[in-house]
Design a protein around this ligand. Structure first.
Ligand code: ADP
Length: 489
């Protein structure tokens, strides 16, 4: 292990089952690799049925103890966890860059974002209120209780290894649920470091378990979590294909399911947009995390009269990007997460070219830097039928097409089942509201490319998912509503 941390204990080559750090896996071991050079950086246990069932058992056993804490007592532990994340932010950012590849300054920003969910839900947990309703019978009183769902499970992706974790774990714990986490096989080290800090903050044994393993193990662990009657909620962030499978598997136990699945975000620039704002917003939305975010602008639609000016300005902004290892000073685009990711990006670009798009910039792997780097790419004259316009590319590729009318742009933008995030740029107040209301997305952003904070409800419509994370809504998802009738009065 070559990474130097201030607190070396945050590098955990173990899983966590019911309060015990476990170094052996029932399925053997697998390597976590650095996407920047493909070299192994850690050897982790490959877990399966035995460990998943052990974690479910521990989470079930720990539930009464955790629920016997008052909301304020749980909040105090979360608050200590939040402070520990801030204290170790530099180490946590290094771990993330090492296993995920994103530039160090982006990793640091993600750690602060991840911490913000812990802070928010430490506060929000104290404000989960029920209701006393007006009674319809004088001999009865009608109450609404908000109670924790029970044992929760979360399966998280590699693109935001820390924030996607705290966005699920913090509200669940604050509500009084216990939790079993299965982090992505590519980025478990961030999850394990956060778990180490949570235990240190005083989380009782069994309240949080972390199952490690390869992709093959995830496929085996998924059904154990989703089909167990003891697990009362499953929260997943990842691909639509896996999300749909987990939803199907969860049907047998009718458990609560939250899904945050991919997007195919449109970004519309109208003739009346402030071009500087539009270019800055497009760059921020598209190129953060090398284009590997589910809210990345995937399809850029630019109105005819502003098209040439926008193209010129965006080309110049893209020229400023620097591809390289995330630890290197000044780098803005790190490697893609794995070979499969790189092949998908390249296939999208090749498909667009075959179907008549024009390549303005980039368009191939940056092999001189490493095997998993891709050049920032601009394509124009693209069509909705191309893969870059109809599927999530998850890479640093900017496909731009022109349109004539507002109606046309809205129709193209809405022509997708992936209703997660949509962006548009305009300075016309009427259009601002018309387009904002017409876009069929869970998140609509006008005149900005960045919006994520812990205080907003994040989630999609149509096939982009179920439920919301963040904000007040995020903790509601971990609560059941009980109607309590007191009669005979
Ligand atoms: P990606 O293709 O971007 O890696 P996935 O949806 O495949 O997105 O992965 C997101 C998370 O889902 C990861 O933690 C991964 O291990 C997990 N996963 C993948 N396949 C399955 C499955 N069949 N059942 C449960 N979890 C899975």
């Amino acid at each position: 292990m070559s990474i130097q941390l201030n607190n070396q204990a945050l590098w955990c080559e173990f899983g966590l089952i019911g309060g015990d750090w476990v170094s052996n896996g029932s399925q053997g071991f697998y390597h976590v690799v650095n996407p920047s050079d493909g070299k192994p950086i850690a050897e982790l246990p490959r877990m399966g049925k035995t460990e998943a069932e052990g974690a479910i058992h521990a989470a079930t056993k720990a539930l009464p103890e955790w629920q016997a804490f008052t909301a304020k007592e749980r909040a105090l532990i979360l608050r200590r966890w939040y402070e520990a994340i801030l204290e170790h932010a530099d180490d946590l950012a290094k771990i993330m860059t090492y296993e995920q590849g994103k530039p160090l300054h982006e990793a640091k920003a993600e750690i602060l974002y991840a911490a913000s969910f812990v802070e928010w839900y430490a506060e929000e947990g104290k404000r989960v209120h029920g209701e006393i309703l007006q009674t319809s019978r004088l001999d009865q009183r009608h109450l609404v209780l908000k109670q924790p769902v029970g044992v929760g499970a979360g399966i998280t992706p590699w693109n935001f290894p820390s924030a996607m974790l705290t966005r699920k774990v913090a509200p669940a714990l604050a509500a009084g649920c216990t939790f079993i986490l299965k982090p992505a096989e590519d980025t478990p080290m961030s999850a394990l470091a956060l778990a180490r800090l949570a235990i240190h903050a005083g989380l009782p044994r069994g309240v949080l378990s972390v199952l490690t393993g390869s992709r093959e193990d995830a496929i085996a662990i998924g059904p154990i979590l989703s089909k167990s009657p003891l697990v009362r909620k499953l929260s997943f962030t990842g691909s639509a294909a896996v999300g749909k499978k987990l939803l199907e598997q969860s049907a047998s136990t009718v458990k609560k399911v939250s899904l945050e699945l991919g997007g195919c975000a449109p970004l519309i620039v109208f003739n009346d947009a402030d071009i500087k704002v539009a270019v800055a917003g497009t760059m921020a939305s598209k190129f953060r995390n090398a284009g590997q975010t589910c809210v990345c602008a995937n399809r850029i639609l630019v109105q005819k009269n502003i098209y040439n000016r926008f193209l010129e300005a965006i080309e110049s902004a893209v020229s400023e990007l620097k591809v390289g290892d995330g630890f290197e000073e000044g780098v803005t685009i790190g490697p893609l997460i794995n070979k499969k990711g790189l092949e998908k990006v390249d296939e999208h670009v090749r498909d667009a070219e075959r179907k008549g798009a024009t390549l303005i910039k980039g368009g191939k792997p940056a092999s001189h830097i490493g095997e998993q780097f891709y050049e920032p790419t601009i394509l124009h004259n693209v069509e909705p039928s191309m893969l870059v316009m109809s599927e999530e590319t998850f890479g640093p590729v900017l496909p731009i097409m022109s349109f004539d009318t507002e109606e046309e742009a809205i129709a193209i933008a809405n022509d997708t089942p992936a209703g997660l995030a949509g962006y548009f740029f305009t300075q016309d107040a009427g259009r601002l509201f018309r387009v904002g209301e017409a876009l069929e997305y869970g998140i609509v952003v006008a005149n900005s490319g960045i919006f994520s904070t812990e205080t907003i409800p994040f989630g999609g419509v149509k096939e982009a998912g179920l439920g919301r994370e963040g904000a007040r809504q995020g903790i509601e998802e971990w609560c059941e509503t009980k109607f309590f009738c007191v009669g005979g009065l």
